[in-house]
Design a protein around this ligand. Structure first.
Ligand SMILES: *C1O[C@H](CO)[C@@H](O)[C@H](O)[C@H]1NC(C)=O
Ligand SMILES: *[C@@H]1O[C@H](CO)[C@@H](O)[C@H](O)[C@H]1NC(C)=O
Ligand SMILES: *[C@@H]1O[C@H](CO)[C@@H](O)[C@H](O)[C@H]1NC(C)=O
Length: 629
C-alpha cells in the first residue's frame, strides 16, 4: 500500500530541539521566541517548511500544568455515531478495512512462506522495514466499546469480532453462541461439559487452588480462554495463548472478554517467559504433541514451571478407556501416546500425582537434588549446558533440562519459598533476596513499590477514570521493570500485561512472576503478538528513551495505535525531548493529548503526556449484507 508519510522534522529544527533539552520554563519561553523567529524566517526565506514545524514548537509552548481538560470518558457504548472526523493537515490515513484484524508478525499470508513442520510457520515472522504500514489500523464498522468486566467475561459484541466460525466449528462443544448482535460464552469448553467453573472445581479437589500457593498459571492452546476467565475469581491469573488462526480469532475473543491472552504457539522457539514463572500449566485438548520430538514441548513446560509447579492435562489421551470411540482413535494408539507422555514426565523427574476421570496432574520437583543422582545413568534429556534459562526471545528450544538453582538438601525449594498470595505481591521476591539480579537490592525493591504507589495516585488526580470500574480492563505496561505500576493497580478491576523489553540491562521479568503478576518479553521495534484494539490503557515509561537509537518512534506509535482500543488511553512518561516528538506524531494519529508535570514538580526533565485515542471506525462495508446474514 502506498500511503503518504507525514514529513519528518527538518534537521535544523530537530537539532535545535536537541540543544534545548532543559525542562525549565525559561527555556520553554526561549523556545517560543525561537519559534517566532523561525516563523519569521520561514515566511521570508526561500524554502518553505512543512507545517509540522510549527506544530512542534506550539507544543513546546504549552505550559506544563496538572489541570488537564482531556476527556477520558467513553461515548460509544451502546450506539455508534459517525466518527467526528477532525481534519488535520498532517495525519495518518486509515488503512484499508481489510487490515482491521492485522497482526503484523503473525500474518497468515506471510506465514505461508515458512516451514509447516512443527508449526514453524505459525511462529512470529515480522514484516521487513519496507513492509511496515504507515496507516492507522481501522476498527470494523459498528465497533462498540466492549461490555464492562465482569459482564464481558460472558458477552462480546459481534461487530467487534465479526467471526462466527467458532460458533459453527465448536457448536457441539458449547464454547460460544451467537445471539443477534452479540456472542455469549456459556463457560463451556471441550472438556468442560458442565462449564469451566465446574471443571476448575474438579481440579480444586485434586490440588489446593484456595490457599494462595497457586497464583500464576499458563494455558497452552487456550481456545477462548474460559479456563483463565474463571480462575480470575479465585485470584489466579492465567497467561493464555493460542496460535493466530485465519478465521477463528480465539485470542481476540479472550482479550475482548477482558481476559489476559497472547498469540503464541509451541513450535521451535521458547515461549516468551522466563524460567520458573508459573505455578501451574494446563492443557485441555490443546493438540500439542507432548510425547513427540523427544518431549521438547514438555521440556519447555518444565522450564517455565516453578519448582513444585503442576502440569494438568485433560483430553486425549487421558481417560482413553472411556473416550476412545468418541475421539475416533484406536485404543493402542492412545495407550502408546499416554505411555510416551508418562515416560517424558519421568525423565524430567516429575511426579505423577493423580489421574482421576478426565484429569491427570503431574508435579515438577522442588529441586534437582535427587534428580541429578537418579539421572546419572540415563542423562536423557541431559541438563542444559550453562545457558541462561531466562533467555526467551527467538531462543531456539533444545532437548535439555533447564537447571534449577542449587540446594543443599532434598527438602529445600530451589531458590527459596515464595510467600502465598496476596502477601507475595509485596514480599521480597526470591530472585532479589537471593541476589540473583545484579544491582537490585531488597531496599531498592521496596522503595520502587512505594514510588509507584505514589505515582499511581498522582496519575489518578489527572485521570480520575483510572481505577473506576469498567473504564479500563486490559492494561499494558510497555516497560514494566519490577511490575510496580501493576502492583499499585492491584485493587482495581483491571489486569496488567507487564512487558520487559529485551533491550533492558536487567532482566526483571522473573521478579514480576515472583510477585504473582504476569508479563512477557518483547522488542518494541516489532509488533506485539496481539490483535488490534486489545488494550484499554497503555503505560509507556521511558520507552522512547530506551528505543531512541534502535528504531523509529513513528513505528512504535503506529503499533501502539494498532493495539489500543478506540477511546483507549495512554500515559507516556519520558524525557521531555522525547515527549515533544511523541506529541507531534500522536497529533497526526488523531489522538487528544495533554502534557502534565512530573509529580515532583515542573523542574524534572521527565514529563507526563496523557493521551486518548479518538473513536473512529472503517466506513460502512459495501457488502455488509453478506457478512451479517
Ligand atoms: C496541581 O493542582 C493542585 C490543585 O488542583 C495544586 O494544589 C497543585 O499545586 C498543582 N500542581 C502543580 C505542579 O501545578
Ligand atoms: C482548569 O482548566 C479549566 C478549563 O480550561 C478552567 O475552567 C479551570 O478554571 C482550570 N482550573 C484550574 C485550577 O486552573
Ligand atoms: C481494500 O482492499 C481490497 C482488497 O485488496 C480492495 O478490493 C479495495 O478496493 C480496497 N479498498 C480501498 C478503499 O482501497
Amino acid at each position: 500500500m502506498a500511503v503518504p508519510k507525514p514529513s519528518k522534522l527538518p534537521s535544523s529544527t530537530s537539532f535545535l530541539l536537541k540543544k534545548l533539552n532543559v525542562g525549565s520554563l525559561t527555556l520553554i519561553l526561549f523556545l517560543c521566541i525561537l519559534s517566532y523567529l523561525l516563523g519569521l524566517w520561514q515566511h521570508g526565506g526561500p524554502t518553505s517548511f512543512p507545517t509540522a514545524t510549527t506544530t512542534v514548537v506550539d507544543v513546546a509552548c504549552v505550559s506544563y500544568n496538572n489541570n488537564t481538560t482531556l476527556d477520558f470518558s467513553t461515548h460509544h457504548v451502546a450506539e455508534f455515531e459517525a466518527a467526528k472526523s477532525v481534519e488535520l493537515i498532517k495525519s495518518y490515513p486509515l488503512c484499508n478495512v481489510t487490515y482491521s484484524e492485522y497482526t503484523p508478525c503473525e500474518d497468515p499470508k506471510r506465514s505461508l512462506k515458512f516451514n509447516r513442520r512443527r508449526l514453524i510457520y505459525r511462529e512470529r515472522h515480522c514484516p521487513e522495514k519496507e513492509e511496515l504500514l504507515k496507516c492507522r489500523v481501522p476498527a470494523p464498522h459498528g465497533y462498540k466499546n466492549p461490555f464492562t468486566w465482569p459482564k464481558s467475561r460472558d458477552l462480546v459484541w459481534y461487530a467487534n469480532v465479526p467471526h462466527k466460525e467458532l460458533t459453527v466449528e465448536k457448536a457441539v462443544q458449547n464454547w460460544i453462541r451467537y445471539e443477534g448482535d452479540r456472542f455469549r460464552f456459556p463457560g463451556g469448553g471441550t472438556m468442560f461439559p458442565n462449564g469451566a467453573d465446574a471443571y476448575i472445581d474438579d481440579i480444586g479437589k485434586l490440588i489446593n487452588l484456595k490457599d494462595g500457593s497457586i497464583r500464576t498459571a499458563i494455558d497452552t492452546g487456550c481456545g477462548v480462554a474460559s479456563w483463565g476467565a474463571y480462575l480470575l475469581s479465585r485470584n489466579i491469573v492465567t497467561m493464555s495463548f493460542a496460535p493466530r488462526d485465519t478465521h477463528e480469532a480465539q485470542v481476540q475473543f479472550a482479550l475482548e472478554r477482558g481476559v489476559p491472552a497472547l498469540i503464541g504457539v509451541l513450535a521451535s522457539t521458547r515461549l516468551p517467559y522466563p524460567s520458573r514463572a508459573f505455578d501451574m500449566a494446563h492443557c485441555s485438548r490443546c493438540l500439542i504433541p507432548w510425547s513427540q520430538f523427544g518431549g521438547i514441548y514438555l521440556i519447555e513446560v518444565d522450564r517455565v514451571l516453578r519448582p513444585g509447579g503442576y502440569w494438568i492435562l485433560s483430553g486425549p489421551p487421558i481417560n482413553w478407556k472411556k473416550h476412545w470411540k468418541g475421539w475416533q482413535r484406536t485404543k493402542k494408539d492412545l495407550n502408546d501416546e499416554q505411555t510416551a507422555i508418562e515416560n517424558v514426565a519421568k525423565r524430567l523427574c516429575w511426579k505423577k500425582m493423580v489421574e482421576k476421570d478426565d484429569i491427570a496432574i503431574w508435579q515438577k520437583p522442588i529441586n534437582h537434588f535427587n534428580c541429578k543422582v537418579n539421572r546419572k545413568l540415563t542423562q536423557n534429556p541431559p541438563f542444559c549446558p550453562a545457558q541462561d534459562p531466562d533467555k526467551a526471545w527467538y531462543t531456539k528450544m533444545e532437548i535439555c533440562l533447564a537447571h534449577l538453582p542449587e540446594v543443599s538438601n532434598s527438602q529445600e525449594i530451589a531458590e527459596g519459598k515464595l510467600a502465598k498470595w496476596p502477601e507475595r505481591l509485596n514480599a521480597i521476591p526470591p530472585r532479589i533476596s537471593k541476589g540473583t539480579l545484579k544491582g537490585i537490592t531488597p531496599e531498592a525493591f521496596e522503595q520502587n513499590s512505594e514510588l509507584w504507589k505514589k505515582r499511581l495516585s498522582y496519575y489518578k488526580t489527572v485521570n480520575n477514570q483510572l481505577g473506576q470500574a469498567g473504564r479500563y480492563r486490559n492494561v499494558l505496561d510497555m516497560n514494566a521493570h519490577l511490575g510496580g505500576f501493576a502492583a499499585a493497580l492491584i485493587d482495581d478491576p483491571v489486569w496488567v500485561m507487564n512487558v520487559v523489553p529485551v533491550e533492558v540491562k536487567i532482566n526483571t521479568l522473573g521478579v514480576i512472576y515472583d510477585r504473582g503478576l504476569i508479563g512477557t518479553y518483547h522488542n518494541w521495534c516489532e509488533a506485539m503478538s496481539t490483535y488490534p484494539r486489545t488494550y484499554d490503557l497503555i503505560h509507556a515509561h521511558s520507552v522512547f528513551t530506551l528505543y531512541k537509537d534502535r528504531c523509529s518512534m513513528e513505528d512504535i506509535l503506529l503499533e501502539m495505535d494498532r493495539i489500543l482500543r478506540p477511546e483507549g488511553s495512554v500515559i507516556f512518561r519520558d524525557d521531555v525531548d522525547e515527549l515533544v516528538k511523541v506529541k507531534k506524531i500522536i497529533n497526526a494519529l488523531n489522538w487528544n493529548s495533554q502534557f502534565v508535570d512530573h509529580e515532583d514538580g515542573p523542574l524534572e526533565r521527565e514529563k507526563l503526556l496523557f493521551a486518548v485515542k479518538l473513536y473512529q471506525t472503517a466506513p460502512p462495508d459495501d457488502h455488509a449484507g453478506s457478512k451479517s446474514s
